[in-house]
Write a protein that binds this ligand. Structure first.
Ligand code: CMP
Length: 136
């Protein structure tokens, strides 16, 4: 799978750091194939994170993801899924390796600035969620 779905979450847009985040993505060798700025509704955020529906943090997660616009993008490279996850760093920025996007921009385990698909199955759902006409 040479594509993955990334989201620059609302804190990135709020803090005007989309440019530096995108620079890290591009300098890591990814091609940005689609990019959009969207305001998610609570229903859309719940649908996107349906896998976390039973988690105690789902309410806060939906609040965070709807607190302002976010920017989903499709990135392309060889082995895009693991390579993107490596660039993003651990879910909890406190555990993220230096040089990763979450280490540089993430605030805490919830406000972790970016999302990346975790498997080919997720990519097959997450790219069409935002970009229904994208040919996988
Ligand atoms: P993401 O990679 O987008 O996948 C699910 C999101 O839920 C995650 O990034 C965080 O924003 C959030 N999240 C994961 N674990 C927790 C947690 N323990 N507490 C609060 N938010 C979390």
């Amino acid at each position: 799978m040479n594509y993955s779905l990334m989201i620059m979450k609302p804190d990135v847009l709020e803090r005007n750091v989309m440019g530096p985040v995108l620079t890290m993505v591009e300098e890591a060798g990814f091609k940005v194939r689609r990019l959009e700025i969207v305001q998610l509704s609570a229903d859309q955020a719940r649908e996107f994170y349906a896998v976390h529906a039973d988690k105690p943090f789902i309410g806060e997660l939906v609040e965070y993801m709807t607190s302002g616009p976010c920017a989903p993008l499709v990135v392309e490279s060889e082995n895009a899924i693991p390579r993107l996850r490596e660039l993003l760093g651990a879910t909890n920025p406190a555990d993220a390796t230096e040089g990763t996007i979450r280490a540089r921009f993430g605030k805490d385990i919830q406000t972790n600035s970016v999302h990346g698909s975790d498997s080919p199955e997720s990519v097959q759902k997450e790219i069409p969620f935002f970009f229904p006409d994208f040919k996988l």
